[in-house]
Design a protein around this ligand. Structure first.
Ligand code: HPA
Length: 251
């Protein structure tokens, strides 16, 4: 297994001291969000790619992320398993701020993004099976690592991927809830679908950082304590990935 981590908001400090990989000047799908970095965690190598770009650059918004280039670049570096880290809003009561969520399903509400590699001579047309959007072996190992560490992770959850960058209206969140979504974020798609097209194992670990719109208990603002939840959540994510790596190769 060669593990790649795609880090979302708040994950910039996850792998301090990583060594940037030098990429060829020209990439078939355009430039990745930044140069991935080689890092070592729990004695194992990981390749980390910050989805929104390097910490010192202006953040690339969710609708402008070059998801195709990011995944292609990781695969070119030999990555075969990808763990995506995503900050999300909590819709369901079981997903309050601070909780980790390892989703097992996803619904795509995004639009206008480059969502497939297929469509021209660069990549043959394929209709990939997406019944289970996350790879069971990798997801199960994440779940097992969370259990081993005593991390309180929600393990059956549907991620709703919205377009952003604005947050949702309360009615939009009501609709997502009726659709069965437990958490909402802006970057899960097209990333998960593109990973499937490339044949990469892919699983997601979400950190709930706020109550979704209209789910905010009285007296709490939507942005209250996001930074605290992010910092705590990312510390937990680092432990989780360390445990995943220490557990040996994943099928
Ligand atoms: N909505 C969409 N994306 C998000 C949210 C949210 O409430 N919180 C973090 N990412």
């Amino acid at each position: 297994m060669r593990l790649g981590i795609i880090g979302g908001t708040g994950s910039a400090g996850l792998f301090p001291g990583g060594v940037p990989v030098v990429l060829p000047a020209s990439q078939p799908w355009g430039p990745a969000s930044s140069a991935p970095v080689h890092s070592v965690l729990a004695g194992h190598e990981v390749i980390f790619l910050p989805r929104h770009g390097a910490a010192d650059a202006a953040a690339i918004p969710p609708h402008r992320v070059n998801y195709r280039a990011n995944l292609w670049t990781l695969r070119e570096l030999g990555v075969d398993h990808v763990v995506a880290i995503n900050a999300v809003g909590g819709i369901d009561r079981a997903a309050p701020p601070g909780r980790l969520v390892i989703p097992d399903q996803i619904i795509d509400y995004t639009w206008g993004r480059e969502h497939t590699f297929t469509g021209d001579a660069r990549f043959p047309l394929q209709h990939v099976d997406f019944t289970g959007p996350f790879t069971p072996a990798l997801r199960n190992r994440l779940v097992a690592a969370a259990v081993d560490l005593g991390l309180d992770a929600l393990r059956t959850a549907t991620y709703g991927a919205t377009q952003g960058p604005r947050l949702e209206s309360a009615a939009e969140i009501d609709r997502l809830e009726r659709d069965g979504c437990h958490v909402v974020g802006m970057t899960g798609m097209p990333e998960a679908g593109l990973a499937r097209e490339l044949g990469l194992s892919y699983a997601m670990c979400c950190v709930v950082v706020n109550h979704a719109a209209g789910r905010v208990p009285a007296g709490v603002t939507i942005h209250a304590q996001i930074e605290d939840f992010l910092a705590e959540g990312m510390a937990a994510v680092r432990r989780l990935i360390g445990a995943l790596l220490a557990g040996g190769p994943v099928d």
